[in-house]
Design a protein around this ligand. Structure first.
Ligand SMILES: Nc1nc2c(ncn2[C@@H]2O[C@H](COP(=O)(O)OP(=O)(O)OP(=O)(O)O)[C@@H](O)[C@H]2O)c(=O)[nH]1
Ligand SMILES: [Mg+2]
Length: 293
């Protein structure tokens, strides 16, 4: 049996979290068509026939991190680079032009002194491709895989190579599993149910609100109580930086927040296999970025 740690790195929106969710077969990280969906490194356990892997899904490195939140998000990824890892998966998206942002990520990847695998993602999407712009990377990375994380195409050969790069688990060695047995809702290792539910709510905001609003918001779960009748009562808040965003999140007659809440509730119910009562409020807090990331 093999055992080890793999770091997933790349620009925002290349499909890192989608790849991981589909590989593990359950949602561990939220995803959306908007960049910077993941805001902190997510550690999740993958268990296969060949062994166990702790994957670290990182927030996409943002080219121009000028605002406070982007700076913090990038910082969170840079911190993950200090983890003791066995190999790196560097993911690129051939449907997007290679620009300075990709150059920035490549510069960071080059400095990591571990085996590296280049994954060119989204090969199911051939409408618009900039694949020739990524060709030069094939000279630098001897392991290159073209995959679709969404459809899990060509993921098997990738995982075969990943396992080759991992050490053999020694007899009686707890290794990665000692970490797995710590906090976190399985197969998550560093995310407890409060944070996971807040993430699911945040995902719905990313999916249901326009371009800029998600970046002014976060979600917090304050309380989870399971009643005698098995119903899970969850109290949560969506925080936003300004009153005008708060009004948009609430919507006319409270319609928007109701939609967000109902969508989130359904998914929490599926994930927990419990009946959920979700009490969701919107609050203005201009400083949440300092408190939560
Ligand atoms: N067509 C296609 N779309 C994909 C694929 N993988 C991910 N996507 C889409 O790309 C978008 C971004 O996916 P995420 O998994 O959130 O990307 P990410 O790299 O984790 O992004 P950040 O967390 O912002 O760094 C979503 O709309 C996904 O559905 C793929 O293999 N094919
Ligand atoms: Mg992500």
């Amino acid at each position: 049996m093999k055992q080890g740690k793999i770091l997933l790195i790349g620009r925002p929106n290349v499909g890192k979290s989608t790849f991981l969710n589909n590989l593990i077969g359950t949602k561990v990280a939220i995803t959306s068509p908007k960049p910077q969906t993941t805001r902190f490194p997510i550690k999740a356990l993958y268990e296969g026939e060949q062994g166990q892997i702790i994957f670290i899904d990182t927030p996409g490195i943002f080219g121009k991190a000028e605002d406070k939140l982007s700076k913090r998000i990038n910082q969170n990824t840079f911190q993950a680079l200090h983890e003791e890892i066995d190999a790196v998966i560097y993911m690129v998206d051939h449907t997007r032009k290679r620009d300075f942002e990709e150059g920035k990520v490549l510069g960071i990847v080059r400095k990591i002194e571990k085996p590296k695998i280049l994954v060119i993602n989204k090969i199911d999407d051939d409408e618009k491709t900039y694949l020739p712009q990524y060709k030069f990377l094939e000279d630098e990375f001897k392991d290159v895989f073209l995959i679709s994380g969404l459809n899990q195409t060509h993921v098997k050969p990738l995982m075969k190579r990943v396992f080759e790069l991992l050490p053999e688990k020694k007899e009686n060695e707890k290794g990665v599993l000692s970490e797995a047995q710590q906090k976190g809702v399985y197969p998550l290792l560093n995310v407890d149910s409060y944070v996971f539910i807040a993430e699911l709510i945040r995902e719905k905001v990313f999916l249901m609100m326009g371009e800029e609003i998600p970046y002014t918001t976060t979600a917090v779960v304050d309380d989870i109580v399971t009643r005698d009748n098995g119903v899970m009562l969850i109290k949560a808040r969506i925080l936003t930086t300004q009153d005008r965003y708060k009004r948009m999140l609430i919507g006319t007659g409270g319609r928007k927040i109701k939609e967000i809440g109902s969508y989130a509730r359904k998914e929490i119910a599926l994930a927990t296999n419990k009946k959920i009562f979700l009490e969701l409020k919107v609050e203005t807090d201009p400083h949440w970025q300092e408190t939560y990331y």
